[in-house]
Design a protein around this ligand. Sequence first.
Ligand code: UDP
Length: 493
Amino acid sequence: MASKEGKEAIHLLMVTLTAQGHLNPMLRLGKRLLDLGLHVTLATTEIGGLRMLKAAAITNTTAAAISGIRLLFFPDGFSLDYNRGANLDHYMESLSKTGPGSLSNLIKQHYQTTKLACIITNPFVSWAADAASENGVPCAMLWIQPCSLYAIYYRFYNKLNQFDTCTIELPGLPLLHADDLPSFLLPSNSFGGVSRMLSDMFRSMKKHKWVLANSFFELEKKAIESMSELCPILPVGPLVPPSLLGQHQALDVGIEIQKPDETSLEWLNKQSPASVIYVSFGSMAVLSAKVTEAIATALKNTNHPFLWVVKRPEVPSADGAGELPLWFEEETKTQGRVVPWSPQTKVLSHPSIACFITHCGWNSVLETLAAGVPVIAYPQWSDQPTNAKLVVDVFKVGLRIKPGPDGVVSNAGIEECINQVLSGPDFEELKKNAAVLKQAAREAVTTAGSSDRNILLFVNEIASSCSSLVGGGSGSGSGDGGSGGPLKMNIIL
Ligand code: UDP
């Protein structure tokens, strides 16, 4: 299909699940590619598609699009009312079996007469590389965690380094202890299916012609360079709302699956500059009653205003997970606010925010870096312990709450961290480092910045390989850190 300028149009197909932390980085990369003149389609499961259409208030379901990115949906093999998050392992393993066929059908149906130049997957739908290969389409991956995690997993699954010692020394990374490693690599990991999926993927990375990353070179220089001879990774981020990067005119294509409490912003307007503690543990983690009580007590005792996103379990839990202590709302009603979901990126860029108590999901880390807000890290699972290590020892923009001798965090430990970050001896240093990285994030995405150059490199390589592509359908194929109880999660995929 020729474009208006007479040039051959370049069509890309991005594949992702609609978990909040997976979807927006992909949409933002898609928007960047769209702005460069490529045709971009995002494919997700039918159930995820319904959620997206609802969140973005899209009613035209036959030609659905978000800011020019066309949306297509494929079946995942489960009925719409099936609870996919109840057994994550089972769902991911089933999807890895049915997904390639469903995606292949979608490709054959929609790319009969149009050449598909590239399929972009992410690590949680890495099976899409098989559909790409079956259809003779080159495949790229958008790695949605830090490049450091990519390096760790690659080395672990390909048995390139020793991981069975107390301290792990890897090129380009700080010395790691067991509690700094991603939970999927620990003996206590209870998500064997996810580990198997990562293992399969990292042992066959050759299926991906390009690995892009939601990070930026200046942030993870050593880890990125350490992979350059092994299996290169091209950072193209941070893929956060443009307004967080000072690009106030640019449209954000990200969508929020849950409805944010916008009145939080009005409340923030009434607070003093750099006074509010923002607390959120992302879209999945539901904290135990013990940890919730420790945070509640610490917030009350510090006497700072706070905005706390409290995630309650889908089904109320007998052990009180995710429930605030009974005394809390009454005793802190003039001090802070509790909401089920906040407009986080707007919150972080609000001048009244002083620090962010976070689980260190990678999107939250990038958002707080882009906003220049210091961090108090309380990681839960997956990449979060390693992200916390990076926040503290590499980016040097925060401190980590450590569990006490009983393995559970205490209110005293949390208060100590808050005091240190807001007024301890390292206060100036943390603020300064956060400001430096905020600026570096902005520079990475401006014209000729490191991420901008990497995107252009990727697009140029796709464009130059386009002439040799065949059309779609041709078939020319080639551990839980101190959580005070079992970790509960609301996983929405
Ligand atoms: N988020 C939000 N409001 C909230 C909590 C989270 O908008 O109240 C967004 C947050 O800005 C981030 C995403 O949800 O973009 C969470 O992704 P992250 O990788 O930090 O954690 P996950 O949810 O995957 O554990």
